[in-house]
Write a protein that binds this ligand. Structure first.
Ligand code: SAH
Length: 265
């Protein structure tokens, strides 16, 4: 049923996952949507090589923190999307990784649907998956991990955030791999809390800029997580992986991309 406020010639709105950075990891569906868009609202972590697939006539609006500026407030982004759709544009909201993993895609969809706009969502490869695959490591393994937890290291203001102690205990007993997004700045706290339930020697990997030519990583253990980040200078955007799926890698680390990798401890 059409919403009473629907425009007569409505445009379309698609949330597109741009994947972790390497344009070759885009889905065909994502590529087609980018090429067909007349307006693109682009997040920070989307690489220029992907935006370059947009039509030369398309209007590209960067809404991330590029150039050291503040990122565009979420409500303003949602307003922009709505206005463009109402003007009959084919709007693509281009987000890093997958739109529904820590990308606030859920909030955008809710807002647009509440305004009567149908939204299509196209999956992208999420950074946590690309980061481990880049090291040749699986997220699950019959010997080491029965499941995976994708978790943010960064809570919304006013939110107490993840209960890391609880998570550590569960990850230990249920044998889960932890994939931590946005965990760099809180790494010292995360390490301290996870150590209450996981062994100090639990393998950890930090992967920055996964899938891009600038990719770097470090292998360490939980007790050295924070120091390894400080020593190597690894920064955002990075994924922190914690768990025994990294065991084989830790044992054979010298054979792994020595030119780009950083090995610690
Ligand atoms: N929707 C995105 C996540 C957005 S949150 C996704 O599915 O991947 C932003 C966080 O994602 C970053 O702080 C970082 O933790 C992670 N991230 C995004 N791209 C990355 C990359 N290429 N390499 C490593 N981490 C990345």
């Amino acid at each position: 049923m059409k919403h009473p406020c629907s425009p007569r010639i409505p445009g379309t709105c698609t949330l597109v996952g741009a994947g972790p950075g390497d344009p070759e990891l885009l889905t065909l569906k994502a590529l087609k949507a980018i090429q067909a868009a007349t307006v693109l609202l682009v997040d920070d972590l989307v690489s220029d090589a992907i935006v370059a697939y947009a039509a030369p006539t398309a209007r590209v609006v960067y809404v991330g923190k590029r150039g050291g500026c503040q990122s565009t407030p979420q409500t303003f982004i949602e307003k922009l999307m709505l206005m463009a759709v109402q003007e009959g544009e084919r709007v693509v909201r281009l987000k890093g990784g997958d739109p529904f993993i820590f990308g606030r895609g859920g909030e955008e969809v809710e807002h647009l649907r509440a305004a009567g706009v149908e939204v299509q969502v196209i999956n992208g490869i999420t950074a946590g998956l690309a980061a481990t695959t880049a090291l040749g490591v699986p997220l699950t393994h019959r010997e080491y991990a029965h499941g995976v937890v994708l978790v943010t290291g960064h809570a919304k203001p006013g939110d107490s955030g993840t209960d890391w102690r609880q998570l550590a205990a569960t990850a230990h007993s249920a044998r889960l791999t932890l994939v931590i997004y946005m965990g760099i700045s809180g790494a010292a706290h995360i390490q301290q809390e996870l150590l209450t339930g996981l062994p100090a020697e639990t393998p950890v990997a930090i992967i920055q800029n996964a899938s891009l030519v600038q990719q770097r990583h470090a292998l360490t253990t939980l007790e050295h997580l924070h120091h390894t980040i400080a020593d190597t200078g690894l920064g955002s955007p990075s994924i922190i992986v914690v768990g025994d799926v990294l065991q084989g890698l830790a044992a054979s680390s010298t054979s792994l991309h020595p030119a780009t990798g950083t090995y610690a401890h």
